[in-house]
Design a protein around this ligand. Structure first.
Ligand SMILES: Nc1ncnc2c1ncn2[C@@H]1O[C@H](COP(=O)(O)OP(=O)(O)OP(=O)(O)O)[C@@H](O)[C@H]1O
Length: 285
């Protein structure tokens, strides 16, 4: 169910995305004067640890390599991993116009709560309304500049952050990430159905860790069971589908903060083509 239990006391309620609010709907949160974001793409997974942040990072890197202007809003506020994946450690700064996002080696702009903490191992244990407030700040108080595609790395599952982002930011569509286990596919179905409830198009499905290719025999082994992403994509009418292998170099490059150096060798092209094809003319003016 997409709806929160509503007390109808909007003034004291922090659930920014509640459908009963008078100000509900896309673009509820304004942007600052130095921001022009054309398209917003959410990256979601029904379950943690399936590679959602990796897929966000790879999609962003691939689109940046194509010459597009790309940003990442790390909405996984309690488990932020984007700065580490890109090796971004500089603390955020601000000027009179707003917060200045960090920049990766290739120029992807990044906003993440980890860039606001004095040490990156300090835990963030905040309730939903506070987390929603942070996302609002990342969206509205950041001087993003010109961005063609802003990727929003969502927390896993379908928490109230999901509602905040999808009802309050002008999201063009979502890319969902799964791994081959049946349970994960079932949980992805929940995220897809919620996106449908919120009228957010599902652009693509990436089945991560679909196989492991043996260096010696060249055979593909299905470590986590038979891939089922294609069937899941068909079942939910998701227009683009892609797979990524289990590749130890992903983990190594993420740990070293060098994810931009990975060459996906066209593996995400179907998703990228669909992202480019399905964008609304313009998300914010
Ligand atoms: N295909 C892969 N091959 C090898 N390692 C991978 C692969 N995909 C992800 N990993 C590794 O698994 C770990 C979890 O990945 P990631 O952080 O992207 O997952 P997540 O779904 O975003 O997790 P959470 O939702 O809990 O934040 C990372 O260390 C990442 O490098």
């Amino acid at each position: 169910m997409a709806e929160e239990e509503c007390t109808h006391e909007c003034g004291s309620c922090g659930v920014a995305g509640c459908g009963d609010r008078a100000d509900a709907g896309p673009s509820t949160f304004p942007v600052n004067s130095r921001t022009k974001i054309k398209h917003v793409i959410g990256v979601v997974s029904g379950k943690g640890g399936v590679g959602k942040s990796l897929v966000t990072s790879l999609l962003a890197s691939e689109m940046q390599k194509k010459g597009l202007k790309v940003g990442i809003l790390d909405a996984d506020v309690t488990g932020p991993s984007i700065p580490k994946t890109f090796g971004v450690t500089n603390p955020l700064t601000a000027d009179a116009d707003g917060i200045i996002p960090a920049s990766t080696q290739s120029g992807i702009k990044v906003m993440s709560v980890n860039l606001m903490l004095p040490k990156d191992d300090i835990p963030v244990a905040w309730r939903g309304p506070v987390v929603s407030g942070i996302i609002k700040q990342f969206w509205g108080e950041t001087s993003w500049g010109d961005i063609d595609y802003l990727f929003v790395d969502m927390p896993p599952g379908t928490s109230d952050v999901f509602l905040t982002v999808f009802q309050s930011l002008p999201v063009d569509g979502i890319v969902t990430v799964s791994a081959p286990q049946e349970l994960v596919a079932m949980i992805v179905g929940k995220a897809v159905n919620l996106a449908h409830d919120l009228e957010v198009p599902v652009i693509g499905l990436v089945e991560n860790m679909a196989y492991f290719k043996c260096d010696e025999c060249g055979k593909e082994h299905h470590i986590f069971g038979e891939p089922q992403g294609e069937a899941v994509a068909k079942k939910y009418d998701i227009p683009a589908f892609a797979t990524l292998p289990i590749d130890p170099s992903f983990a190594r490059l993420c740990d070293e903060g060098k994810v931009e150096e990975y060459d996906v060798d066209g593996a995400l092209d179907t998703i990228i083509t669909q992202i480019e094809a399905s964008g609304k003319p313009e998300a914010t003016a």
